[in-house]
Design a protein around this ligand. Structure first.
Ligand code: 13P
Ligand code: SF4
Length: 310
């Protein structure tokens, strides 16, 4: 379908149906350009909680639309592609996690927001990369904690908070793909550069980073730090917002281990959403996110606790 037609129709339908389009920074740039709000996972959850729109179109991945529905049972939540998953959410099946939890009965459960509603329903607290440290630090020192599903973020939190965490072995396929050798090579050619990394990245990448934070945290760091060159270790979609925000700075995507790919790391799940699918979900109001009330109420509790603490 013609791009101009899609843009005009999306704008028309948005107004007609009182819709808000929420998009993550990893979305395709056409989607970011047409969104009403772009943010990191925490900002998107907060926006979903506070909107007056009748319909939420969530341009992100499945667990994000699910979180929006958990927070808004009376609103219609639709997503461009039902199959836009996440390796972290998919790598933590509820049956296995239940057994894992049973092996650590005296632990409370903190889960990264990148997990399914079933996992959230088994959690005491949810966190995002933006507030994970604060959430862990809010828990009394003597309390034992399970952290799932991101092992890299968990390891980073152990270091930052000096707490022992029992870690689920999950990872983000995108952030695990960065190559330290190639990063060092680029850094040696740009010795004044600052390296900004997402905490889903592996420990050796985080050790090399000057700044570690959520997508919004990385954007704010690059906006405010006086350096002129930055190496960005997160999904490449973030470069769209960064290029607009700091047109005079040089942005280098952190290289991946894959010699055949482009130099940057792309999330295949996030990129399943297209402008055409966005238009169709707005027009047809499906696929629609629906969650059984019992599950929704259980999953809501740890999300609300997180939002109270954030
Ligand atoms: P944030 O935008 O919260 O940093 O999350 C990154 C991510 O991988 C989302 O899936
Ligand atoms: Fe999941 Fe990683 Fe994609 Fe984020 S970038 S949605 S954590 S697979």
């Amino acid at each position: 379908m013609n791009k101009n037609f899609l843009i005009q129709e999306i704008i028309r339908l948005k107004k007609e149906k009182n819709v808000i389009i929420l998009a993550h920074y990893y979305q395709d740039e056409d989607i970011q350009n047409i969104a009403d709000f772009i943010g990191d996972s925490l900002e998107l959850a907060k926006k979903a909680q506070n909107t007056n729109a009748d319909i939420i179109v969530f341009a992100g991945v499945h667990f994000m639309a699910e979180t929006a529905k958990i927070l808004n049972p009376n609103k219609k939540v639709v997503l461009p592609d039902w199959n836009a998953g996440c390796s972290l959410a998919d790598g933590c099946p509820p049956e296995d996690f239940k057994l894992f939890k049973e092996q650590h009965p005296d632990h409370i459960v903190v889960t990264y927001i990148n997990c399914s509603a079933q996992i959230k329903a088994m959690s005491d607290l949810v966190c995002t990369s933006a507030n994970a440290k604060k959430i862990i630090e809010s828990i009394p020192a003597e309390q034992k904690i399970i952290f799932a599903p991101d092992e890299n973020l968990g390891r980073y939190l152990q270091k930052e908070t000096k707490r022992e965490l029992v870690l689920w072995k999950g990872s983000c396929v995108v952030h695990e793909a960065f190559s330290l050798d190639k990063l060092i090579e680029i850094y040696n050619k740009n010795p004044t550069a600052k390296i900004a990394a997402h905490p889903e990245s592996e420990e050796h990448i985080l050790k090399a980073a000057h700044y570690i934070g959520s997508t919004s945290g990385i954007i704010n760091f690059i906006k405010t730090d006086p350096a002129a060159v930055f190496i960005v270790a997160t999904e490449a979609g973030i470069l769209h917002e960064l290029t607009k925000a700091v047109p005079d700075k040089t942005l280098i995507p952190a290289p991946t281990t894959d010699d055949n790919s482009c130099a940057c790391s792309e999330c295949a799940f996030m990129k399943m959403n297209t402008l055409e699918k966005l238009y169709l979900c707005l027009k047809n109001e499906r696929p629609e996110m629906l969650i059984k009330d019992e599950l929704r109420i259980q999953a809501l509790k740890p999300i609300e606790r997180m939002l109270e603490l954030s």
